[in-house]
Structures are given as C-alpha cells and as structure tokens.
Design a binder for this molecule. Structure first.
Ligand code: HEM
Length: 467
C-alpha cells in the first residue's frame, strides 16, 4: 500500500512538473518580443518535426507557407530563416569590427560539449582563437607547398580510379552516391593525414563480377573504420547542435543515438591522438636532411617549430600546436571538406551530362594543355592556372547550385532586419537556390536546397551514364 501511495505521489509530481513546463514554454512563446510569422512549435523539439532530416526540403515547405522571412525553433533555439537577397547585406558584412553577425551560431550546449566553441574555426566563439585558426588554415591547407603535394596525391588517386574503372564489369551499375563519397573521403584522408584511404577500393570489391583489388584486410579495415568514424562525427555535430541536453540524454531512441555518437567521439579522439603521436615520433626520428611530406598533418605538427619556415608572429600564438588542436583541425577539415567536395563533384557531373557541348569544350581545353588524353596526363600545380574554362564551369555550377544548403549566423548584439528586431544570440539562417530536379530541363527556381537532394542527382547521373 505504501509503495502504491509512493508511486502515486511521484506520478502526480511528475505530471505537475510537465504541465508547469508546458505552460511556461507556451507563455514565453506567446509573449515573445517582436514575433515573426512561423509554424507552431512543440516543447523540447520545437519545429524539428516540421523541418525534418533534410533542412533544405523542410525550409522550402515552410517558406511557401510563411514567406521569405519566418521563424522556427530548432529544439529550444529560435532561428530566423531569410531567403531574400536584400535582407542579407548586414549578415554578409566581411569586416570583424562592429560586425553584427560575426559568429556562426549562438551559444549551444551541444557544440560546447563537443568543445567546438573554443576550438577550430566554424563554431569558435573566441575571435582571437578563431583568427589564429584561420591563420593555421592559410599556412597549411591553402599554402602552395600543400597545394603542390595535394596535386601529387590527387593524381595518384585518379590513376587508381582509372585502374578500377577498367576492371569493372560493364553490367555493374555504379551507385554514384556511394562512389563519390568514397572518392571524396579518399582524397581528404590521403591529403590531410598522408595515410592512404581505401574506401574506393572497398567499393570496387563490393561490386559483383569485378576484379578484386588486393589489399590486406587489416589495412582496409583500419581505413574504413576511420572514414566511417569521420562521417559519423559530421552527423554527430548536427545531432548535438539540434537536440537539447535533456532530450539527448534521456529520451528513448534519441538517447541510444547519443550513446552511439559519444562512443564514436571517444574512439575517434583516441585514434587521432594515436596517429598524431606516431607521426610526431616518425618526424623526430627522420634524418634532418630528408624533407618531410607536406600533408596537412605534417604541416600542423611542424607549425611554429624549428622545422617551420613560416612561423606565426605578431599574435599570441607563436607556440607549436597541441595534439588536441591538431586533432580538432583535422576533424574540421573532414567536416567541412567531405560532403562539400562530394556534392560539388556531383553537381558538375550533372551539368556536364545535361550540356554535352560544355563537356566537349572541357575536353578541348584538356587536349590543348595536356595533349593526347589517352596517355597518362601530366597534371601539375602550375598547369591548373591554365584551366580557365574548367574554373568557369566550377564557378558557374556552384553559383547555380551552392553546395552548402544553408549559411548560419548568430547576432552578436541586438539589431534589426526587415523591420524586425533581432535579439543578441538569435540564429539567422540564409537559404539558397534550388534546381527543379523533377524536370532537369525546367528553369531554376528560387528556393532552398538540401544535401539530400544529391540522391536525386545521383539517380539522374546513374541513369544517364548507364544509358
Ligand atoms: C568544394 C568544396 C567546398 C565548398 C563548396 C565549400 C564551401 C564553403 C562555404 C560556402 C563556406 C562559407 C560558409 C559560411 O559562410 O557559413 C565555407 C566555409 C568553410 N570551409 Fe569550405 N568548402 C569546400 C571545401 C572545404 C574544404 C576541403 C575545407 C577544408 C579545409 C573547408 C573548410 C572550411 C572552413 C574551415 C570554413 C569556415 C570558415 C570560417 O568560418 O571562416 N572547405 N566553405
């Protein structure tokens, strides 16, 4: 009897707390200052259920209903979506001084738990640390010595790719989505860590009736696990960002996903630390007269050491990087580089298939620079400057379909857009153009696209290339 009474009290207390929470939630929502049109939110999840997993598609739907400026809740976070160019001027202000939107996101417990608000670039809220990390990126990924090395790596990967293509049984249908993600992953893993990625080899081996690539199971397993873990980290960032700590940690199903992501982060951090320590040892024990390879990891390890010819001066960061800083930079490169590179490749192939005359002009440009295309091409860093038409094609494609579905910013102080007051720390999300994939011949229509749309591109390209 005592137990039943105890349970009864607990249930009542719990119900009362839930009711108080819901009343408080809707009271704050109804009395919010300066409301902007938008869908009705639910406690804890906000409008995530209306936005869906593909933010692009969800936003298009909401834009049709609520107009070019509407507000929604990403969990507890209020976000204002804007899809009209004249409203974006303030947000794109390139200066740092008095910039009302210099931060990418408001303070967010998920990003804090992942330590992304004090490390790296994308979500860093400490402007001095951000400046330093931008410098690091310029001195590594954007340095001519890395560019040269990456052309060498990319040539090797393309040779490998051609070798695989020649062994594929013509009856096999290529899953373009998987293939491009493998290609992007191999390029990024190889150029950033100096250790070859093998996801393309694995994909070829998975095709029926193809000639199998011979590779040790251990090496293949390690490479695939690392790449899978990096991809998982990318979805983990969105997951941590979107779900508030309580939902993440206690709501069934979501809690299971949280544990999966958390375990992956523990594994990935330990693996990156192991890779960095091993490479440090290799660099230290290498003969001093032997040049080291200019992959990103080596450049990060030697930055600001006696081996560095471009030491950072003038700001408070003239010391070498810690393992954690190196690891965060590598994760950021994967995070920012894999899906973007893969999607751009898809969009370019889509348009080249759609406009064969563009493909012919590209081939002419390659023949004029590299000669007979049936022979091995000598693609050098210097020769890239001559690819004027190729660059124009890339620029035009990324103009037509920007590969990032959204740009996110947070107000750094109280401001105003389109006559609406925007409070400090409010998230502002800018939307883009979308191609009408249902009818590839139709003119582009103004709206918003999501990475998921690539699947439709892949299908379209698959049909074309198998035709
Ligand atoms: C074709 C591939 C890529 C495309 C289309 C692309 C596109 C973009 C765009 C549009 C932004 C600005 C986002 C914003 O303003 O919110 C951005 C930012 C960024 N990208 Fe990329 N990106 C690509 C590849 C890469 C790669 C390979 C890296 C790795 C080094 C990278 C690292 C970054 C970083 C760190 C930022 C944040 C910069 C900052 O906050 O100042 N991206 N990228």
């Amino acid at each position: 009897m005592a137990l039943i009474l105890g349970d009864f009290i607990w249930v009542n207390v719990f119900t009362a707390l839930v009711v108080v929470y819901i009343v408080k939630y809707y009271y704050s929502w109804y009395t919010r200052e300066n409301p902007i049109p938008g869908p009705f939110p639910l406690p804890l999840i906000g409008n995530l259920h209306q936005l869906g997993l593909d933010m692009g598609k969800g936003a298009v739907k909401l834009q049709k209903e609520f107009g070019d400026m509407f507000e929604i809740y990403l969990g507890p976070t209020r976000a204002i979506f804007i899809s009209r160019a004249e409203l974006t001027e303030k947000i794109y202000n390139p200066t740092l001084k008095n910039n009302e939107f210099s931060l990418r996101t408001p303070s967010n417990p998920g990003l804090e738990e992942l330590h992304l608000t004090e490390t790296g670039i994308t979500f860093n809220r400490d402007l001095n640390a951000w400046k330093f990390n931008r410098r690091i990126l310029n001195l590594t990924v954007m340095s001519p010595k890395f560019m040269r090395e990456s052309v060498k790596f990319t040539n090797q990967i393309c040779d490998e790719l051609e070798k695989y293509w020649s062994t594929i049984n013509p009856n096999n249908k290529i899953d373009f989505a998987r293939w491009t993600s493998c290609l992007a992953a191999d390029i990024i893993v190889t150029t950033s860590t100096g250790t070859k990625g093998y996801s393309m080899a694995d994909y070829i081996n998975s095709l029926p009736n193809s000639i199998k690539v011979k590779i040790s199971e251990n090496i293949l397993g390690e490479s695939l696990k690392f790449i899978e873990s990096m991809y998982m980290f990318i979805s983990c960032v969105m997951f941590y960002f979107s779900f508030p700590p309580f939902v993440r940690k206690f709501v069934p199903v979501i809690k299971t996903m949280y544990h999966k992501y958390r375990d992956n982060n523990i594994w990935l951090n330990a693996e990156l630390d192991r890779i960095i320590c091993n490479r440090k040892r290799e660099i230290q024990s290498a003969p001093s007269d032997q040049p080291i390879e200019n992959n990103v990891l080596n450049l990060l390890i030697t930055l600001n050491t006696e081996m560095d010819t471009n030491k950072i001066t003038g700001i408070d960061y003239s010391r070498p990087l810690t393992n954690i800083e190196i690891s965060c930079t590598l994760k950021e490169i994967f995070d920012a580089g894999m899906d973007t590179t893969r999607n751009v490749m898809c969009y370019i192939m889509f348009y080249i298939n759609k406009y064969p005359q563009v493909k012919d002009k590209l081939i002419q440009e390659y023949e004029s620079i590299y000669g007979d295309l049936s022979k091995k091409l000598d693609v050098t860093y210097e020769s890239l400057d001559k690819l004027v038409y190729t660059e124009a094609v890339i620029n035009e494609v990324t103009r037509l379909i920007p590969p990032l579905p959204v740009f996110m910013r947070a107000a750094t102080f109280d401001t105003e857009i389109g006559g609406y007051k925007i409070k400090k720390e409010t998230t502002v999300i800018l939307t883009k153009f979308e191609i009408n994939l249902a009818d590839p011949e139709a003119p582009l229509k103004l709206s918003y696209h999501g990475i998921q749309h690539c699947d439709e591109l892949y299908m379209y390209i698959n049909q074309k290339s198998n035709a």
